[in-house]
Design a binder for this molecule. Structure first.
Ligand code: TYD
Length: 213
């Protein structure tokens, strides 16, 4: 269990609204780490391991219109803990850097704030995950959703979360800003400029925080 054993790897999570360019940035950061020969894994939520990928399909399936908010939050939490045990913790224990596209802060912003379930409830159902794997650093790609949606040419109508509409995504963004205020481990990277500039800013941040050298 993390916390009881010596853990060598660092755990870095990435957050942001839809269309923030997160996926593109993560590919570029992977390329940089490959070039530097740094041992790492890149993974994602929801999903990242076989069982969690199956849960991901249920959550994001656009035809699951009857899903209640609590079920949604619990499925994200279920996918998360399975992914930690199956993939994240073993990699950390091998001393690898683990980079994860979304983590508990997504649940806090999307389900806690935007769905209105509250930060406390989301904290409760994710308590075990946070005990096992508190992030060493969380990078927040900061771009308001109205700008981000323009950039990605609108929402994917087959994706249950993306099709929630701009008002929902504005609440998500507001949630992230609250979290940014509350948790010093979350650092914002502005991402309205050139792609390469943002990548460099993230790499600088990883160095500054002692995640890589
Ligand atoms: P994905 O296609 O991976 O989106 P993105 O590329 O924007 O990361 O889908 C993940 C969706 O799930 C995304 O809309 C954010 C949402 N989500 C939550 O609502 N809560 C969570 O805890 C997580 C991890 C994701």
């Amino acid at each position: 269990m993390r916390g009881k054993e010596m853990v060598k790897g660092k755990f870095v999570t990435f957050e942001g609204c839809e269309g923030s360019g997160k996926s593109t940035q993560l590919k570029l950061i992977s390329r940089y780490l490959d070039g530097e020969g740094i041992p790492y894994i890149m993974t994602r939520e929801p999903g990242g391991s076989p069982v969690s990928e199956q849960i991901r399909k249920i959550i994001l399936d656009g035809s699951n219109t009857a899903m209640c908010d609590e079920c949604e939050a619990l499925l994200y939490a279920a996918s998360r803990i399975q992914h930690l045990r199956e993939k994240v913790i073993p990699a950390l224990n091998e001393g690898k850097l683990v980079l994860c596209d979304r983590y508990v802060d997504s649940s806090l912003a999307y389900q806690g704030v935007a769905r209105g379930l509250g930060l406390e409830y989301i904290g409760e159902i994710n308590k075990k995950a946070l005990e096992l794997c508190p992030p060493d650093l969380t990078v927040f790609f900061n771009i308001p959703p109205d700008k981000a949606f323009v950039r990605k040419n609108g929402a994917d109508e087959n994706d249950r979360m993306e099709k929630q509409g701009l008002e929902f995504h504005k609440r998500v963004y507001g949630g992230y800003l609250q979290l940014l205020d509350k948790y010093p481990r979350i650092c914002a990277v502005e991402c309205g400029g050139a792609i390469g500039e943002t990548t460099q800013n993230v790499i600088n941040l990883l160095k500054e925080k002692g995640i890589i050298q």
